[in-house]
Design a protein around this ligand. Structure first.
Ligand SMILES: Nc1nc2c(ncn2[C@@H]2O[C@H](COP(=O)(O)OP(=O)(O)OP(=O)(O)O)[C@@H](O)[C@H]2O)c(=O)[nH]1
Ligand SMILES: [Mg+2]
Length: 438
């Protein structure tokens, strides 16, 4: 994947629309622009005509001269009528002119390679893509615009000053004037801690997963194995009308829109579970470990499914954030009218109805799980620093040398948060999660 290749990607939806935007980045962008407009290469917007098999097609060209472009390379944006056939023809046209389709995240990777984007920015861009709610969105924007980093840099300087005062205290701890200074330091540290806490965020975070686990959970005969096979695209698990068919968990790797996940089909749980609850208990344990838990309920099973969900929630109050509720067998009956406080999908493994929206939601959640809970190393490191300082502040008996050591450790964590020196494997993970065109 050399940066000397010229890459292109559709940046808008592939569905019919008023307009479509194709981005091009690399050395061939300049020649293409000059050939199409007879104009010199410069940052500008020009109208042009593309000679496509469908005929002469009007388009608007936006030229970005290196290094003043998103990728830092010569880049072109081609805006044309949003007809899928025309877009395909333009893509063929580009391939015939030494361009190749971009890999997922390749535009952002180039921006990073050319120094146009900070690793934290790349990560925040992904955070924006997978944002689940307003809070995620706000956090990703704060990271992307550098707002978090600027705030954190100031807080780190404050902590550095506090650290120096602690060191002095350590040196003069035998002296009388140490006591008022100790009180004032504790107060300053408390203030700082609450500011740092705002950046770290209150959200519970989970470590990144290479293969996020999606588990099928619900009463016997809820259609778990059928949905497992449907998502997998092949008949891996046994399906039968006899309740209690699945006993040991069945696992398989599924690729959902290019994203890898581990699907786990569990034994049925509830009043009619198999083998006096032995398999059901194993199923509940596995369900709690899932990154994404699908709670399945066939017509007539909602009360049982809900009571099982409550049992699990009793063991992990944070579980709801990882759960989706699926009303199965939508081809034979509509979803039961029961209130469920979870995102809800009506699906049919038999007819395939409702599977597409479910897949889209799963892809989003798999991307999030693959990256871990916070989607920000800056926030993760800040969170670790907050944890260190919290322990310290809650232990007033700690000897001054231990306090000074902990403050130094927190400082190092904040330095790391600001440096954002992402190891290569983390970067690879981030870019593999991007959609084409980003
Ligand atoms: N009409 C219809 N029938 C379905 C659908 N999904 C599953 N079934 C049927 O429901 C029965 C149970 O399906 P399974 O997928 O084996 O259910 P399960 O939840 O894995 O059951 P256990 O392994 O016994 O817990 C089978 O007869 C399936 O053919 C569906 O979407 N529509
Ligand atoms: Mg089964």
């Amino acid at each position: 994947m050399a940066d000397s290749d010229t890459i292109f990607a559709l940046a808008t939806s592939s569905a019919p629309a008023a307009a479509a935007l194709v981005r091009v980045s690399g050395p061939a962008a300049r020649d293409m622009f000059c050939a199409l407009t007879n104009a010199p290469w410069q940052r500008c917007s020009r109208l042009a005509k593309l000679a496509l098999p469908a005929g002469s097609t009007p388009c608007q060209l936006l030229a970005f001269v290196a290094p003043a472009s998103f990728t830092g390379q010569d880049s072109l944006e081609i805006l044309l009528p949003g007809h899928p056939a025309l877009v395909h023809q333009l893509q063929d046209w580009l391939q015939a002119r030494h361009c190749r389709p971009a890999q997922p995240g390749e535009f952002t990777r180039r921006a990073l390679d050319q120094g146009r984007l900070h690793p934290a920015g790349a990560q925040a861009t992904l955070g924006l893509i997978v944002a689940q709610d307003e809070a995620d969105h706000r956090a990703a924007m704060a990271a992307l615009t550098g707002q978090d980093a600027r705030k954190l840099a100031k807080l780190r300087d404050r902590l550095r000053a506090i650290s120096a005062r602690f060191e002095m205290l350590f040196d003069f701890s035998e002296e009388e004037h140490a006591l008022p200074e100790e009180t004032s330091l504790a107060a300053d540290l408390g203030d700082l801690l609450s500011e740092l806490g705002k950046i770290a965020g209150a959200r519970q975070t989970r470590p990144p997963r290479a293969e996020p686990v999606i588990a099928m959970f619900g009463p016997p005969n809820a259609g778990k194995s059928s949905l497992f096979n449907a998502l997998l695209g092949r008949p891996r698990a046994l399906v039968s009308a006899t309740p209690g068919t699945t006993r040991d968990a069945v696992e398989a790797i599924a690729v959902l829109a290019g994203h890898t996940a581990r699907l786990v089909d569990l034994s049925g749980v509830g009043p009619q579970d198999a083998d006096a609850g032995l398999f059901a208990q194993a199923a509940r344990d596995r369900a709690l470990q899932a990154d994404i838990l699908l709670v399945l309920s066939a017509p007539g099973q909602a009360v049982d499914a809900q009571s099982e969900l409550e049992t699990l929630r009793g063991r992990d109050p944070g579980l709801s954030a990882r759960c989706l509720w699926l009303d199965t067998m939508a081809d034979i009956a509509p979803p039961q009218t029961i209130h469920v406080e979870l995102p809800r999908f009506a699906v049919s493994a038999a007819s395939g109805s409702g599977l597409e929206p479910l897949r889209e939601e799963l892809v989003r959640r798999v991307m999030q799980a693959a990256l871990g809970g916070s989607q920000s190393l800056l926030r993760d490191h800040t969170g670790q620093a907050v944890a260190v300082l919290n322990t310290l502040i809650n232990d007033p008996q700690a000897p001054p040398e231990a306090v000074a050591r902990d403050v130094r450790q927190a400082l190092a964590l904040l330095d790391q948060a600001l440096l954002q020196e992402l190891p290569g494997d983390v970067l690879g993970l981030i870019f593999s999660q991007f959609c084409i065109g980003k």
